[in-house]
Ligand binder design. Structure first.
Ligand SMILES: C[S@@+](CC[C@H](N)C(=O)[O-])C[C@H]1O[C@@H](n2cnc3c(N)ncnc32)[C@H](O)[C@@H]1O
Length: 187
């Protein structure tokens, strides 16, 4: 595979560079909770993480993982759709992570959808401080995945460059649809 960072690894490296103790962050698709756990470590005891997922199983797995690391106290885990996040996440946010697609080990039919993903991104941008960072790890291999990648990309390409800086990071010669990453910095 070589030494280049994969999409998820690169997203954590960049988010970790931005977040400081006491910050506030969102995991918009908490799944099994690994990104939530990472964010909880970054924001420290004075910070706050909001973690959302539409599936009960994901919320339970995330709560379990946090509890096993003694970090449940700094995270609000909610079974909600991220497109409604303005109803339950107050500003400000320093960072947000999206990991699209289906829950690993869960029902592969429950996937993120482009319309709600784009709505959630718009909502996140309205909560983000200048210098704040959003990562979107996206997958094209499952049904609907490629369409979602394209719609997210089209939306992000349309962001005015004075307001946001957008990076697209992906391997272009690998088989089996490796995940790709969009990083968006609010200016
Ligand atoms: C690839 S998984 C996330 C993996 C997770 N970051 C981890 O580290 O385990 C994608 C998750 O998005 C969730 N999801 C799908 N639609 C959603 C929505 N509208 N709002 C919030 N979560 C959603 C799925 O239930 C699934 O758990």
């Amino acid at each position: 595979m070589g030494n280049l960072m994969r999409a998820l690894e690169f997203s954590r490296a960049e988010i970790g560079r931005v977040l400081k103790g006491g910050d506030r962050a969102l995991d918009a698709t908490c799944g099994n909770g690994k990104d939530t756990l990472f964010l909880a470590g970054c924001v420290g005891p004075e910070g706050r993480v909001f973690a959302v997922d539409i599936q009960k199983r994901a919320v339970e797995e995330t709560e379990k993982l946090l509890a096993s690391h003694g970090l449940a106290g700094r995270v609000t885990v909610l079974q909600r759709s991220h497109e409604e996040l303005l109803d339950f996440v107050p500003p400000p946010l320093q960072a947000a992570m999206f990991n699209l697609g289906y829950l690993p080990g869960g029902d592969h039919g429950v996937v993120t959808r482009p319309e709600s993903t784009v709505k959630a991104l718009e909502a996140v941008f309205s909560l983000l401080v200048p210098g704040g960072l959003v990562s979107v790890v996206a997958y094209s291999g499952h049904p609907g995945g490629q369409a979602e990648v394209e719609e997210v990309q089209e939306y992000l390409e349309g962001l005015e460059q004075g307001g946001h800086s957008v990076l697209h990071y992906r391997f272009i010669n690998q088989a089996n649809h490796p995940p790709q990453l969009f990083l968006i910095e609010k200016l």
